[in-house]
Design a binder for this molecule. Structure first.
Ligand code: NAP
Length: 282
């Protein structure tokens, strides 16, 4: 079994981002990502700090818009303001959102041309239609990791466990667009382990520590672990039982060091693409 090294993939993407950012700056455009933070959740704050640090290291400006106990209208107003600001190229909205507010709804107020984390349902629709768009960065990271492995996705059996709008569904659409034969599983799926064992490519995006055991994995399969589950000692574990599955899988992403760093790198790549797009679609 070999580990799929997300940090190495992220490093390569970030080097490309740094070169593109320098070129944009030389042409008079400072690529800028705005992050709306409608929560005081400590995990979210840590994640936003890591995005800002990565962005600034590669020459992308990062504007953090912290909102204090906002209601839905305040969040929408901020997303609209940033969408209209010509100095901002990418806009993302962090979760958790206040009770009763969904990303699927407020995300509709991010301009599709700045929606670099695929929160606007227009972009999910474009993904479903096979049109050029930004998929949510985590889902895009799954594909990016698979592409770096030089796998043949066309005709491969892919199983995605999880059907959220931000990860499972767009990951399934991306795999389908690569002509994989895709099955999407969720909490009502019967005999989940047997369905997963059919997969050449297994994507776990559930949020349950270690639930994917060795009996879920076909020998030699490629397994992408999207799950990030905090442990009592302040660490992180995935949805895959790493020790058990590494004895069966052909390739496996570790947690941390798999999907996470590629997700951050792709947020930056998408911001660069949005900044380039702003020159022709201001
Ligand atoms: P989510 O919205 O809670 O969705 C979880 C999905 O898992 C749902 O579709 C749910 O099914 C399914 N599920 C729950 N229990 C199940 C079970 N026992 N068997 C089969 N399916 C089950 O979570 P999410 O936002 O997609 O995130 C998933 C994981 O990815 C989390 O650990 C999250 O922290 C992580 N994540 C990582 C990154 C990163 O950058 N690495 C980014 C985003 C998310 P139902 O639809 O039937 O309820």
């Amino acid at each position: 079994m070999s580990d799929i090294d997300g940090r190495a993939v992220a490093k390569q993407i970030r080097a490309e981002v740094a070169a593109a950012a320098a070129k944009l700056r030389a042409d008079g455009t400072a690529p800028t990502l705005a992050v709306v933070v409608p929560t005081d959740d400590e995990g979210t704050a840590w994640y936003v700090r890591s995005i800002k640090k990565a962005a600034e290291k590669e020459g992308v400006d990062c504007r953090v818009e912290q909102l204090d106990a906002p209601g839905r209208d305040e969040i929408v107003a901020k997303l609209q303001e940033l969408s209209a600001d010509p100095d901002v190229h990418g806009v993302i909205c962090q979760t958790p959102l206040p009770e009763g507010v969904t990303l699927a709804e407020v995300g509709g107020h991010i301009s599709p041309l700045k929606d670099i984390d695929g929160a606007n349902a227009t972009n999910l629709g474009r993904l479903a239609a096979g049109l050029r768009t930004w998929a949510p960065a985590t889902a895009a990271a799954v594909l990016e990791l698979l592409k770096h492995e030089d796998l043949t996705l066309s005709g491969a059996r892919a199983v995605v466990v999880g059907r959220s709008t931000v990860v499972g569904k767009p990951a399934a659409l991306l795999l389908l667009n690569e002509s994989a034969t895709v099955t999407v599983c969720h909490s009502r799926t019967k005999d989940l382990a047997a369905v997963c064992r059919e997969a050449d490519v297994l994507v776990a995006a559930v949020g349950r520590a270690g639930m994917i055991g060795a009996d879920f994995v076909k020998p030699g399969a490629t397994v992408i672990d999207v799950g990030t589950n905090p442990t009592d000692d302040g660490g992180l574990v995935g949805d895959v039982d790493y020790a058990a599955v590494s004895a069966v899988a052909g390739r496996l992403t570790p947690v941390p060091g798999g999907v996470g760093p590629v997700t951050t790198a792709l947020l930056l790549r998408h911001t660069i693409e949005a900044a380039e797009l702003s020159k022709t679609h201001p």
